[in-house]
Ligand binder design. Structure first.
Ligand code: FAS
Ligand code: PHB
Length: 390
């Protein structure tokens, strides 16, 4: 088989890139090692920046997001028993975020790809990129007991943190930067109405908590937990009790509890791999960087990577110029590092670390108190949360 771009990974970055390329008449094939159902069974991000929403519209798969997504103009911070609303809309000259689950984004992109004739190969084993140092790269994979080869012009490594793409360049000058946090997030999904119409990020001496949602009838909650904690240590009742302990009383009283339909623990890390381009192979999304989900940036950084890479490939095939693909890594990393900083700052401000102690708790509360009273500080938080410009 031959195509112009092979995309390794059928998560949001692979599917979004694939659809933009298809719409531009650039031939591409998406490969994934698991099934579509497996991908759609993963519960992940919930907050989309306007840039992500615009790319979803540009791809042609944005209709259901506008029908079912929840536009949010602000969110609340709780600390020292207080609630403070960050007015995203007012502080950023009218910007907002969209609450719409990554699972739905992925489903919309999968459905649109199928409807527009995109070629996707699932349960492809041992996918491997080859000869991307030259002008004739190719990808091999195994399926139905046979080894297959796809010759191409470019390979987009959209295969996430555990994928093969970054591993394939480990000895080609890759530089990694990482911080692993000494705690995780225990998250649940429950078919109960959310405690508030907006998200609540809670700083508490017992640990961080987050009240989010997937719709007006389906809630997504998280509590910070120990790194070695286990899901089966937490009954639903134990989760609800701990969540309520970490919220101000008036919010805690309004929490509607119910059975969990999903319960999992996610580790938290900050991670960046540089550069994001190796000849004809590009690293995109989680394949190149990870952020702690505190700032809701992971999925949204994948979107800006896709935007930069799509611009580069469109220019290469349209104007026969390499300029934009040559600039991909530097442009993407400039935005990645600013989102890494914001996510690191928000994680340090909202979570209980082993070394936080009583003084550290007071420092966090003082920072949040300053934020609540300073328009300048709130505006800085707001412009990072809605997403810095591409
Ligand atoms: P993905 O990891 O989504 O997709 C990669 C795809 O590549 C997968 O389908 C995988 O099967 C495939 N793949 C991997 N190796 C392969 C190989 N060798 N061959 C072929 N295919 C291969 N972000 C937020 O903003 N908010 C959150 O709350 C949040 N929660 C998260 C919870 C968890 C547990 C995780 C892991 C991530 C979370 N994220 C969150 C971040 C997440 O949303 C990512 O940013 C987003 O999935 C990035 O999308 P992709 O880059 O497409 O990578
Ligand atoms: C979610 O709804 O899963 C979510 C929302 C905001 C975050 C992290 C996760 O910062």
């Amino acid at each position: 088989m031959r195509t112009q771009v092979v995309i390794i990974g059928s998560g949001p970055s692979g599917l979004l890139l694939g659809q933009l390329l298809t719409n531009a008449g650039i031939d591409n094939v998406v490969l994934d090692r698991v099934s579509q159902d497996y991908i759609l069974g993963r519960i992940r991000a919930g907050v989309l920046e306007e840039g992500m929403c615009q790319l979803l519209d540009q791809s042609g798969a944005g209709a259901r997001m506008h029908r079912e997504g929840l536009p949010h103009d602000g969110f609340e911070l709780t600390f020292s028993g207080r609630r403070h609303r960050i007015d995203l809309h007012g502080l950023t000259g009218g910007k907002r975020v969209m609450v719409y689950g990554q699972t739905e984004v992925t489903k919309d992109l999968m459905d649109h790809r199928a409807a527009t004739g995109g070629v996707s190969i699932y349960e492809a084993e041992n996918v491997a990129p080859h000869d991307f140092d030259g002008a004739s790269p190719y990808v091999t994979y195994e399926k139905d007991g046979k080894t297959h080869r796809i010759d191409c012009d470019f390979i987009a490594g959209c295969d996430g943190y555990h994928g093969v793409s970054r591993k394939s360049v480990a000895d080609k000058g890759l530089e990694e930067f990482e911080r692993v946090y000494p705690f995780g997030w225990l998250g649940i999904v429950s078919e109960v109405p959310p405690v508030s119409h907006e998200l609540i990020y809670a700083n508490h001496e017992r640990g961080f908590a987050l009240c989010s949602m997937r719709s007006t009838t389906r809630s997504r909650y998280y509590v910070q937990c120990a790194l070695d904690d286990r899901v089966d240590n937490w009954s639903d009742d134990a989760f609800w009790d701990e969540l309520r302990r970490r919220l101000p009383a008036e919010a805690a009283e309004k929490v509607t509890t119910g059975p969990s339909i999903e319960k999992s623990i996610a580790p938290l890390r900050s991670f960046v791999a540089e550069p994001m381009r190796f000849g004809r192979l590009f690293l995109v999304g989680d394949a190149a960087h990870i952020v702690p989900p505190t700032g809701a940036k992971g999925l949204n950084l994948a979107a800006s990577d896709v935007h930069y890479l799509f611009e580069g490939l469109q220019e290469f095939y349209g104007e026969k110029s390499n300029a934009a693909i040559d600039a991909y890594s530097q442009r993407a990393l400039a935005r990645v590092w600013k989102a890494e900083r914001f996510s690191w700052w928000m994680t340090n401000t909202m979570h209980r670390f082993p070394e936080t102690g009583r003084f550290g708790q007071r420092m966090q509360e003082a920072e949040l108190d300053y934020l609540s009273q300073s328009e300048a500080a709130s505006r800085s938080l707001a412009e990072n949360y809605v997403g810095l410009p591409y």
